[in-house]
Design a protein around this ligand. Sequence first.
Ligand code: TRP
Length: 371
Amino acid sequence: MDTITLPATATDATATAPSPDALGVSAARARSAVLEELIREEPGRFRVLTGDRPTGRLHLGHYFGTLHNRVRLQDLGVELFVLVADYQVLTDRDVADNLTGHVEDLVLDHLAIGVDPARSTIFTHSAVPALNQLMLPFLSLVSVAELGRNPTVKDEIAHSRQSAVSGLMFTYPVHQAADILFCKANLVPVGQDQLPHLEITRTIARRFNDRYGAGAALFPQPEALLSSAPLLLGTDGTKMSKSRRNAIALAADADETARLIKGAKTDSERHIAYDPVRRPEVSSLLLLAALCRQCTPEEIADEIGAAGAAALKKTVTEAVNEYLAPIRARRAAYAQDRAQVRAILREGNERARAVADTTLAEVRAAMNSRY
Ligand code: TRP
């Protein structure tokens, strides 16, 4: 049998946040622009797989960062698989708290923003055995040294609350390759931090094809569609994040939204202007209103001028509440009918199982392990 050469040595084990250049961001950005054109021309050529860990309700940072883009792709005619990555919760904690609740919340959030279960498939890791089984042959195609070099995993290990690094933490990028390749997705919308994982997925697809494909490519080499969304700050002026308690949840009601925005950090300059470097908090609020009203942050700033932070917050609150009203109404309607939400997930799981079973059968045939 032919052999695959795996790089033998790990590089340094320092755990600093990966620099954009180390992640290959500029190349991915250029390629994403080309991909956007191809999607517009021929959406039917693309299958997208995207996922989140079920660790809490999604917020406006997620929405404008990625969720909105999923619905956009679906509505352009791209086939969409949305993974609720329940096994991945266990990478950095011993127990997944309130897993059933978080899984249902994630499904609800996706239904609320317009993911259409008739066209798109929402599913969970743990319900799709054949997806998980792909991880075994995939693990054989990467070296320990390669896994050890993954800058995103290194960063997560450095910030983990656990005293020891689990095997799952170390190998979850390979699991993620199974997430993507089980349905032969060829497009993965991601933020910068996910680029190393996608590179591992591409490597695994290529090595599997080389080793077992007998000239045919069983797996596509999926491409990253890099999000161009600007970063939203939370109400305390740092990155909006579930764990920092500075986020405005999609599911928050109008009053809670008003209260959160009222408490948001600003600065003491009365005149409101968009200046992300010098005035990050005020600028992020302007950006949020602009995203909701589909205009530029400068336009919002001009509207407010010398009226100060209180007027800014009033404008932002109104913009957010108006924009989210239909999303929240849809979410509330689904939340009233949990049985339907569970039925949608069951149906998605069934669809994902059928796809995974087919892929696993092909993999077993290619590996001569059909008995
Ligand atoms: N790692 C992703 C995150 O933390 C979630 C995820 C799991 C994912 N499997 C995936 C993303 C496959 C893209 C493709 O957000």
